[in-house]
Design a protein around this ligand. Structure first.
Ligand code: CU
Length: 117
């Protein structure tokens, strides 16, 4: 009995803790979380709505040097360091429809931002 209660408390605590670092999204912005593993971006294909302020919350979980920077040249975002296991936010507003690439600092890992109206 006692262990059941403890388990319930632990489960409740974990559920609460998970909610804490979720980025808060509101109707007037789009927030996308991206993981950077040694194999690439997850997700690698991202759909965005033109004209809506955007935050990409990028967390590198892979230890390869290749994954350690991210750039979005078409959004004027220069290569930016991604510390291991820490979220880095990239904020911009896509203004025109189209397909834009985001890549590692060496242009090897790639993902795409597909902007629609
Ligand atoms: Cu690279």
């Amino acid at each position: 009995m006692r262990s059941t209660l403890l388990f319930s408390l632990l489960a409740a605590f974990l559920l609460t803790a998970c909610g804490v670092d979720a980025p808060d999204a509101s109707a007037d912005e789009q927030v996308i979380e991206i993981d950077v593993t040694n194999r690439g971006y997850a997700p690698a294909q991202i759909e965005l709505t033109a004209g809506v302020p955007t935050r990409l919350v990028v967390t590198r979980t892979g230890d390869s040097a290749c994954a350690s920077q991210l750039q979005i040249p078409d959004m004027d975002i220069a290569p930016t360091d991604l510390p291991l296991d820490k979220s880095v936010e990239f904020a911009f507003t896509p203004t025109e429809e189209g397909t834009y690439a985001f890549t590692c600092g060496m242009d090897m890992l790639t993902g795409t931002l597909s902007v629609q109206s």
